[in-house]
Design a protein around this ligand. Structure first.
Ligand code: FAD
Length: 377
Protein backbone atom coordinates (compact mmCIF):
# COMPACT_ATOMS: atom_id res chain seq x y z
CA UNK A 1 0.00 0.00 0.00
CA UNK A 2 1.55 3.28 -1.10
CA UNK A 3 1.92 6.13 1.41
CA UNK A 4 0.78 8.34 -1.45
CA UNK A 5 -2.62 7.42 -2.84
CA UNK A 6 -3.72 10.70 -4.36
CA UNK A 7 -1.68 13.49 -5.94
CA UNK A 8 -2.47 17.01 -7.10
CA UNK A 9 -0.37 18.05 -10.10
CA UNK A 10 -0.24 21.81 -10.66
CA UNK A 11 0.54 22.53 -14.32
CA UNK A 12 -0.47 20.63 -17.46
CA UNK A 13 2.72 21.07 -19.48
CA UNK A 14 5.09 18.29 -20.53
CA UNK A 15 6.28 17.50 -16.99
CA UNK A 16 2.82 17.60 -15.40
CA UNK A 17 1.27 15.44 -18.10
CA UNK A 18 4.05 12.86 -17.93
CA UNK A 19 3.71 12.76 -14.14
CA UNK A 20 -0.04 12.22 -14.53
CA UNK A 21 0.55 9.31 -16.94
CA UNK A 22 3.30 7.71 -14.86
CA UNK A 23 1.34 7.99 -11.58
CA UNK A 24 -1.90 6.72 -13.09
CA UNK A 25 -0.04 3.71 -14.48
CA UNK A 26 0.98 2.93 -10.88
CA UNK A 27 -2.63 3.18 -9.71
CA UNK A 28 -2.31 6.53 -7.92
CA UNK A 29 -5.28 8.94 -8.14
CA UNK A 30 -4.38 12.13 -10.00
CA UNK A 31 -6.02 15.54 -10.13
CA UNK A 32 -4.30 17.91 -12.55
CA UNK A 33 -4.99 21.63 -12.70
CA UNK A 34 -3.85 23.95 -15.47
CA UNK A 35 -3.87 27.74 -15.35
CA UNK A 36 -4.79 28.18 -19.02
CA UNK A 37 -8.50 27.89 -19.65
CA UNK A 38 -7.78 26.84 -23.24
CA UNK A 39 -5.34 23.94 -22.99
CA UNK A 40 -3.07 24.67 -25.95
CA UNK A 41 0.66 25.03 -26.48
CA UNK A 42 2.49 27.36 -28.81
CA UNK A 43 3.24 25.88 -32.14
CA UNK A 44 6.91 25.24 -32.65
CA UNK A 45 8.75 21.99 -32.19
CA UNK A 46 10.98 20.29 -29.72
CA UNK A 47 14.01 18.01 -29.93
CA UNK A 48 13.76 14.82 -27.93
CA UNK A 49 16.95 12.87 -27.64
CA UNK A 50 17.65 9.21 -27.00
CA UNK A 51 17.08 9.31 -23.24
CA UNK A 52 13.62 10.81 -23.85
CA UNK A 53 12.72 8.14 -26.41
CA UNK A 54 13.69 5.55 -23.76
CA UNK A 55 11.45 7.25 -21.17
CA UNK A 56 8.54 7.47 -23.61
CA UNK A 57 8.74 3.68 -23.88
CA UNK A 58 8.55 3.45 -20.07
CA UNK A 59 5.52 5.76 -20.10
CA UNK A 60 3.83 3.37 -22.53
CA UNK A 61 3.21 6.03 -25.18
CA UNK A 62 6.05 5.28 -27.59
CA UNK A 63 4.08 4.08 -30.61
CA UNK A 64 1.58 6.97 -30.65
CA UNK A 65 4.40 9.38 -29.95
CA UNK A 66 6.53 8.09 -32.83
CA UNK A 67 3.53 8.26 -35.17
CA UNK A 68 3.29 11.99 -34.38
CA UNK A 69 7.03 12.66 -34.61
CA UNK A 70 9.90 12.66 -37.09
CA UNK A 71 12.40 9.97 -36.13
CA UNK A 72 16.08 10.54 -36.84
CA UNK A 73 19.46 9.14 -35.89
CA UNK A 74 22.36 11.57 -36.06
CA UNK A 75 23.24 15.00 -34.72
CA UNK A 76 25.56 16.98 -37.01
CA UNK A 77 27.45 20.21 -36.35
CA UNK A 78 28.30 22.52 -39.25
CA UNK A 79 30.18 25.76 -39.72
CA UNK A 80 28.21 28.91 -40.71
CA UNK A 81 28.46 28.09 -44.44
CA UNK A 82 27.40 24.47 -44.03
CA UNK A 83 30.77 22.66 -43.86
CA UNK A 84 30.41 19.62 -41.57
CA UNK A 85 32.50 19.80 -38.39
CA UNK A 86 31.21 16.71 -36.62
CA UNK A 87 28.56 14.00 -36.89
CA UNK A 88 27.50 12.16 -33.77
CA UNK A 89 25.74 8.84 -34.30
CA UNK A 90 22.46 8.33 -32.45
CA UNK A 91 22.03 5.80 -29.65
CA UNK A 92 18.95 3.57 -29.83
CA UNK A 93 18.22 3.44 -26.10
CA UNK A 94 14.60 2.30 -26.39
CA UNK A 95 15.64 -0.83 -28.31
CA UNK A 96 17.07 -1.62 -31.74
CA UNK A 97 13.65 -1.35 -33.42
CA UNK A 98 13.17 2.25 -32.25
CA UNK A 99 14.90 5.41 -33.47
CA UNK A 100 17.58 7.22 -31.51
CA UNK A 101 16.05 10.71 -31.51
CA UNK A 102 12.90 12.51 -32.58
CA UNK A 103 11.71 15.98 -33.46
CA UNK A 104 8.05 16.61 -32.69
CA UNK A 105 5.76 19.61 -32.81
CA UNK A 106 4.79 20.78 -29.34
CA UNK A 107 1.15 20.59 -30.33
CA UNK A 108 1.47 16.95 -31.43
CA UNK A 109 3.33 16.05 -28.24
CA UNK A 110 0.66 17.76 -26.12
CA UNK A 111 -2.06 15.80 -27.95
CA UNK A 112 -0.38 12.42 -27.34
CA UNK A 113 0.31 13.17 -23.67
CA UNK A 114 -3.01 14.81 -22.81
CA UNK A 115 -5.10 12.11 -24.51
CA UNK A 116 -3.11 9.40 -22.71
CA UNK A 117 -3.41 11.11 -19.31
CA UNK A 118 -7.16 11.59 -19.72
CA UNK A 119 -7.58 8.04 -21.03
CA UNK A 120 -5.86 6.70 -17.91
CA UNK A 121 -8.30 8.57 -15.68
CA UNK A 122 -6.39 11.68 -14.62
CA UNK A 123 -8.99 14.30 -13.65
CA UNK A 124 -8.14 17.58 -15.34
CA UNK A 125 -9.50 21.02 -14.48
CA UNK A 126 -8.59 24.03 -16.60
CA UNK A 127 -8.40 27.74 -15.79
CA UNK A 128 -7.40 26.93 -12.23
CA UNK A 129 -4.47 27.36 -9.87
CA UNK A 130 -3.66 26.98 -6.20
CA UNK A 131 -4.19 29.81 -3.73
CA UNK A 132 -2.73 28.22 -0.58
CA UNK A 133 -1.14 24.92 0.43
CA UNK A 134 -1.48 23.83 4.05
CA UNK A 135 0.73 20.81 4.78
CA UNK A 136 -0.14 19.27 8.17
CA UNK A 137 2.46 16.51 7.87
CA UNK A 138 -0.12 13.85 6.98
CA UNK A 139 -1.77 15.52 3.98
CA UNK A 140 -1.89 18.82 2.12
CA UNK A 141 -5.07 20.89 2.33
CA UNK A 142 -5.33 22.88 -0.90
CA UNK A 143 -7.37 26.02 -1.49
CA UNK A 144 -7.90 26.53 -5.23
CA UNK A 145 -8.29 29.91 -6.92
CA UNK A 146 -12.00 29.25 -7.52
CA UNK A 147 -12.58 28.86 -3.77
CA UNK A 148 -12.91 25.06 -3.85
CA UNK A 149 -10.75 22.79 -1.69
CA UNK A 150 -9.06 19.41 -1.91
CA UNK A 151 -6.94 17.17 0.30
CA UNK A 152 -3.95 15.32 -1.14
CA UNK A 153 -1.15 13.01 0.01
CA UNK A 154 1.26 14.90 -2.26
CA UNK A 155 1.23 18.11 -4.30
CA UNK A 156 3.51 18.25 -7.35
CA UNK A 157 4.37 21.70 -8.69
CA UNK A 158 4.91 21.22 -12.45
CA UNK A 159 3.99 24.81 -13.17
CA UNK A 160 7.09 25.89 -15.03
CA UNK A 161 9.58 28.75 -14.88
CA UNK A 162 7.34 31.16 -12.94
CA UNK A 163 6.02 28.45 -10.61
CA UNK A 164 3.39 29.56 -8.11
CA UNK A 165 4.01 26.39 -6.11
CA UNK A 166 7.71 27.27 -5.88
CA UNK A 167 6.88 30.70 -4.50
CA UNK A 168 4.40 29.21 -2.00
CA UNK A 169 7.07 26.81 -0.74
CA UNK A 170 10.34 28.74 -1.10
CA UNK A 171 9.12 32.37 -1.09
CA UNK A 172 11.24 34.58 -3.34
CA UNK A 173 14.48 32.65 -2.76
CA UNK A 174 14.47 31.44 -6.38
CA UNK A 175 13.50 33.82 -9.15
CA UNK A 176 14.19 33.41 -12.89
CA UNK A 177 17.31 35.10 -14.30
CA UNK A 178 17.72 36.36 -17.89
CA UNK A 179 20.95 34.87 -19.27
CA UNK A 180 21.67 37.53 -21.93
CA UNK A 181 20.51 35.45 -24.91
CA UNK A 182 17.25 34.93 -26.79
CA UNK A 183 15.94 32.23 -29.11
CA UNK A 184 14.22 32.81 -32.44
CA UNK A 185 12.21 30.10 -34.18
CA UNK A 186 10.45 29.76 -37.54
CA UNK A 187 8.77 26.80 -39.28
CA UNK A 188 9.60 25.76 -42.87
CA UNK A 189 8.73 22.90 -45.20
CA UNK A 190 11.35 20.25 -44.44
CA UNK A 191 14.36 20.33 -46.78
CA UNK A 192 15.18 16.76 -47.93
CA UNK A 193 18.71 16.92 -46.48
CA UNK A 194 17.35 17.77 -43.00
CA UNK A 195 16.81 14.17 -41.96
CA UNK A 196 18.90 14.69 -38.80
CA UNK A 197 19.42 17.45 -36.25
CA UNK A 198 21.65 20.03 -37.94
CA UNK A 199 23.44 22.60 -35.77
CA UNK A 200 25.24 25.53 -37.40
CA UNK A 201 27.86 27.54 -35.50
CA UNK A 202 28.77 31.14 -36.27
CA UNK A 203 30.53 33.94 -34.44
CA UNK A 204 27.23 35.74 -33.84
CA UNK A 205 25.14 32.87 -32.51
CA UNK A 206 24.13 29.33 -33.21
CA UNK A 207 21.37 28.17 -35.50
CA UNK A 208 19.83 24.79 -36.10
CA UNK A 209 17.35 22.89 -38.23
CA UNK A 210 15.12 20.30 -36.61
CA UNK A 211 12.94 17.90 -38.63
CA UNK A 212 9.43 17.67 -37.13
CA UNK A 213 7.46 15.75 -39.74
CA UNK A 214 7.86 14.58 -43.34
CA UNK A 215 6.88 18.04 -44.53
CA UNK A 216 7.91 20.24 -41.61
CA UNK A 217 11.08 21.47 -39.92
CA UNK A 218 11.95 24.45 -37.80
CA UNK A 219 14.88 26.80 -37.71
CA UNK A 220 16.16 28.09 -34.38
CA UNK A 221 18.70 30.80 -33.72
CA UNK A 222 20.29 31.96 -30.49
CA UNK A 223 21.33 35.61 -30.27
CA UNK A 224 23.07 37.84 -27.74
CA UNK A 225 20.61 40.48 -26.45
CA UNK A 226 22.39 41.99 -23.42
CA UNK A 227 19.68 44.52 -22.58
CA UNK A 228 16.78 42.09 -23.10
CA UNK A 229 15.06 44.57 -25.42
CA UNK A 230 11.32 44.62 -26.01
CA UNK A 231 10.69 43.33 -29.53
CA UNK A 232 7.90 44.81 -31.61
CA UNK A 233 5.84 41.77 -32.74
CA UNK A 234 5.33 43.40 -36.15
CA UNK A 235 9.10 43.64 -36.63
CA UNK A 236 10.19 40.12 -35.68
CA UNK A 237 10.84 38.80 -39.22
CA UNK A 238 13.34 41.55 -40.22
CA UNK A 239 14.95 41.32 -36.77
CA UNK A 240 15.42 37.56 -37.15
CA UNK A 241 16.77 37.96 -40.70
CA UNK A 242 19.24 40.54 -39.50
CA UNK A 243 20.59 38.20 -36.82
CA UNK A 244 21.10 35.45 -39.42
CA UNK A 245 23.35 37.60 -41.63
CA UNK A 246 26.48 35.64 -40.69
CA UNK A 247 25.16 32.43 -42.27
CA UNK A 248 25.41 31.30 -45.89
CA UNK A 249 24.41 27.92 -47.40
CA UNK A 250 21.00 26.49 -46.49
CA UNK A 251 20.51 28.77 -43.48
CA UNK A 252 21.30 31.78 -45.66
CA UNK A 253 18.71 30.65 -48.23
CA UNK A 254 16.07 30.09 -45.56
CA UNK A 255 16.82 33.48 -44.00
CA UNK A 256 15.38 35.22 -47.04
CA UNK A 257 12.10 33.32 -46.62
CA UNK A 258 11.52 34.66 -43.09
CA UNK A 259 8.92 37.24 -44.04
CA UNK A 260 5.93 36.71 -41.73
CA UNK A 261 6.54 38.32 -38.34
CA UNK A 262 3.44 36.57 -37.00
CA UNK A 263 5.17 33.20 -37.49
CA UNK A 264 8.36 34.13 -35.63
CA UNK A 265 8.48 32.76 -32.08
CA UNK A 266 10.83 34.90 -29.99
CA UNK A 267 11.84 34.01 -26.45
CA UNK A 268 14.40 35.53 -24.06
CA UNK A 269 16.26 32.77 -22.17
CA UNK A 270 15.50 32.65 -18.46
CA UNK A 271 16.79 30.11 -15.99
CA UNK A 272 16.22 29.06 -12.40
CA UNK A 273 17.70 26.23 -10.34
CA UNK A 274 16.46 25.24 -6.89
CA UNK A 275 19.76 24.48 -5.19
CA UNK A 276 18.37 22.39 -2.31
CA UNK A 277 15.89 19.51 -2.16
CA UNK A 278 12.93 20.33 -4.37
CA UNK A 279 10.42 19.35 -1.70
CA UNK A 280 9.25 20.66 1.64
CA UNK A 281 7.10 18.13 3.44
CA UNK A 282 4.53 16.83 0.99
CA UNK A 283 5.00 19.47 -1.71
CA UNK A 284 7.50 18.75 -4.52
CA UNK A 285 8.68 20.68 -7.58
CA UNK A 286 9.52 18.96 -10.85
CA UNK A 287 10.52 20.12 -14.35
CA UNK A 288 11.11 23.79 -15.08
CA UNK A 289 9.63 24.79 -11.72
CA UNK A 290 12.75 23.26 -10.13
CA UNK A 291 15.37 23.49 -12.90
CA UNK A 292 14.55 25.59 -15.97
CA UNK A 293 17.64 25.96 -18.13
CA UNK A 294 18.59 27.22 -21.59
CA UNK A 295 17.81 25.14 -24.69
CA UNK A 296 21.47 24.75 -25.76
CA UNK A 297 21.54 21.02 -25.07
CA UNK A 298 17.86 20.35 -25.91
CA UNK A 299 17.26 18.58 -22.60
CA UNK A 300 14.89 20.77 -20.53
CA UNK A 301 11.77 18.79 -21.32
CA UNK A 302 13.82 15.60 -21.18
CA UNK A 303 14.67 16.32 -17.56
CA UNK A 304 11.01 17.11 -16.75
CA UNK A 305 9.94 13.79 -18.29
CA UNK A 306 12.61 11.87 -16.37
CA UNK A 307 11.52 13.59 -13.13
CA UNK A 308 7.96 12.38 -13.71
CA UNK A 309 8.96 8.76 -14.23
CA UNK A 310 11.43 8.60 -11.35
CA UNK A 311 8.79 10.12 -9.04
CA UNK A 312 6.27 7.41 -9.93
CA UNK A 313 8.93 4.73 -9.36
CA UNK A 314 10.02 6.06 -5.99
CA UNK A 315 6.47 6.55 -4.69
CA UNK A 316 5.65 2.91 -5.37
CA UNK A 317 8.91 1.09 -4.65
CA UNK A 318 8.83 -0.66 -1.20
CA UNK A 319 6.19 1.93 -0.45
CA UNK A 320 4.52 0.40 2.60
CA UNK A 321 7.70 0.64 4.65
CA UNK A 322 8.71 4.16 3.70
CA UNK A 323 7.67 7.64 4.72
CA UNK A 324 6.88 10.18 2.01
CA UNK A 325 9.92 12.14 3.17
CA UNK A 326 12.15 9.10 2.57
CA UNK A 327 10.56 8.48 -0.84
CA UNK A 328 11.16 12.07 -1.89
CA UNK A 329 14.75 11.91 -0.63
CA UNK A 330 15.32 8.90 -2.87
CA UNK A 331 13.74 10.83 -5.74
CA UNK A 332 16.16 13.70 -5.10
CA UNK A 333 19.14 11.33 -4.92
CA UNK A 334 18.36 10.16 -8.46
CA UNK A 335 17.52 13.59 -9.91
CA UNK A 336 19.56 16.39 -8.38
CA UNK A 337 23.06 15.89 -9.86
CA UNK A 338 21.74 14.84 -13.27
CA UNK A 339 19.54 17.93 -13.60
CA UNK A 340 22.26 20.19 -12.18
CA UNK A 341 24.68 18.89 -14.80
CA UNK A 342 22.20 19.65 -17.60
CA UNK A 343 21.33 23.06 -16.16
CA UNK A 344 24.91 24.15 -15.61
CA UNK A 345 26.21 22.76 -18.92
CA UNK A 346 23.41 24.42 -20.91
CA UNK A 347 24.05 27.80 -19.27
CA UNK A 348 27.80 27.35 -19.82
CA UNK A 349 27.28 26.72 -23.56
CA UNK A 350 25.30 29.98 -23.78
CA UNK A 351 27.90 31.92 -21.80
CA UNK A 352 30.65 30.68 -24.13
CA UNK A 353 28.60 31.76 -27.16
CA UNK A 354 28.22 35.24 -25.71
CA UNK A 355 31.96 35.41 -24.95
CA UNK A 356 32.78 34.25 -28.53
CA UNK A 357 35.10 31.73 -26.89
CA UNK A 358 36.46 29.72 -29.80
CA UNK A 359 38.51 27.49 -27.49
CA UNK A 360 35.31 26.08 -25.96
CA UNK A 361 34.79 22.46 -27.02
CA UNK A 362 31.06 22.56 -27.82
CA UNK A 363 31.19 19.28 -29.74
CA UNK A 364 32.89 17.61 -26.78
CA UNK A 365 30.16 18.92 -24.48
CA UNK A 366 27.39 17.54 -26.71
CA UNK A 367 29.12 14.14 -26.80
CA UNK A 368 29.56 14.16 -23.03
CA UNK A 369 25.91 15.14 -22.51
CA UNK A 370 24.71 12.31 -24.77
CA UNK A 371 26.88 9.82 -22.87
CA UNK A 372 25.69 11.05 -19.47
CA UNK A 373 22.02 11.11 -20.35
CA UNK A 374 22.30 7.60 -21.83
CA UNK A 375 23.29 6.30 -18.39
CA UNK A 376 20.51 4.70 -16.34
CA UNK A 377 18.82 7.20 -14.03
C1 FAD B 1 13.21 28.28 -26.78
C2 FAD B 1 13.17 26.98 -26.05
C3 FAD B 1 13.46 25.80 -26.73
C4 FAD B 1 13.44 24.59 -26.06
N1 FAD B 1 13.75 23.44 -26.73
C5 FAD B 1 13.78 22.27 -26.06
C6 FAD B 1 14.11 21.08 -26.76
O1 FAD B 1 14.35 21.08 -27.96
N2 FAD B 1 14.14 19.92 -26.04
C7 FAD B 1 13.85 19.88 -24.70
O2 FAD B 1 13.90 18.79 -24.09
N3 FAD B 1 13.53 21.01 -24.03
C8 FAD B 1 13.47 22.19 -24.68
N4 FAD B 1 13.12 23.33 -24.02
C9 FAD B 1 12.78 23.25 -22.60
C10 FAD B 1 11.36 22.77 -22.40
O3 FAD B 1 10.44 23.54 -23.16
C11 FAD B 1 10.97 22.86 -20.93
O4 FAD B 1 12.01 22.35 -20.13
C12 FAD B 1 9.70 22.08 -20.67
O5 FAD B 1 8.62 22.65 -21.36
C13 FAD B 1 9.40 22.06 -19.18
O6 FAD B 1 8.18 21.42 -18.97
P1 FAD B 1 7.35 21.74 -17.64
O7 FAD B 1 6.13 20.90 -17.75
O8 FAD B 1 8.22 21.61 -16.46
O9 FAD B 1 7.00 23.28 -17.75
P2 FAD B 1 6.08 24.04 -18.81
O10 FAD B 1 6.22 23.42 -20.15
O11 FAD B 1 6.39 25.48 -18.66
O12 FAD B 1 4.59 23.76 -18.33
C14 FAD B 1 4.08 24.39 -17.18
C15 FAD B 1 2.56 24.35 -17.25
O13 FAD B 1 2.05 24.87 -16.05
C16 FAD B 1 1.04 25.83 -16.34
N5 FAD B 1 1.03 26.78 -15.22
C17 FAD B 1 1.87 27.82 -15.03
N6 FAD B 1 1.57 28.44 -13.88
C18 FAD B 1 0.54 27.77 -13.34
C19 FAD B 1 -0.21 27.94 -12.15
N7 FAD B 1 0.05 28.91 -11.28
N8 FAD B 1 -1.22 27.07 -11.91
C20 FAD B 1 -1.51 26.06 -12.78
N9 FAD B 1 -0.84 25.87 -13.91
C21 FAD B 1 0.19 26.70 -14.18
C22 FAD B 1 1.45 26.43 -17.65
O14 FAD B 1 0.36 27.04 -18.31
C23 FAD B 1 1.99 25.21 -18.37
O15 FAD B 1 0.96 24.50 -19.04
C24 FAD B 1 13.13 24.55 -24.68
C25 FAD B 1 12.83 25.72 -23.99
C26 FAD B 1 12.84 26.93 -24.68
C27 FAD B 1 12.52 28.19 -23.91
Amino acid sequence: MSAVNNVLIVGGGIGGLCAAIALRRKGIEVDLIELKSKWTVYGVGIIQQSNVVREMAKLGVLDGYLDAAYAFEDVAIYGPGGQQLARIAGQRLAGPQYPANVGISRLALHKVLSETALGLGAKVRLGLSVETLDDNGQQVDVLFTDGSRGVYDLVVGADGLFSKVRSLVFGDTYTPRFTGQSVWRYNFPRAPQIDHLANYQSAEGNAGLVPLAGDLMYLFLTSHEPSNPWMDPADLAPQMRQRLQGFTGLIGELREQITDSGQVVYKPMEVVFVDEPWHRGRVLLIGDAAHATTPHLGQGAGMAIEDAIVLSEELTRDSSAMSVEAQLQRFMARRFERCKYISDSSVLAGDKEMQHDRSFDRIGLVKQMLARTAEPI
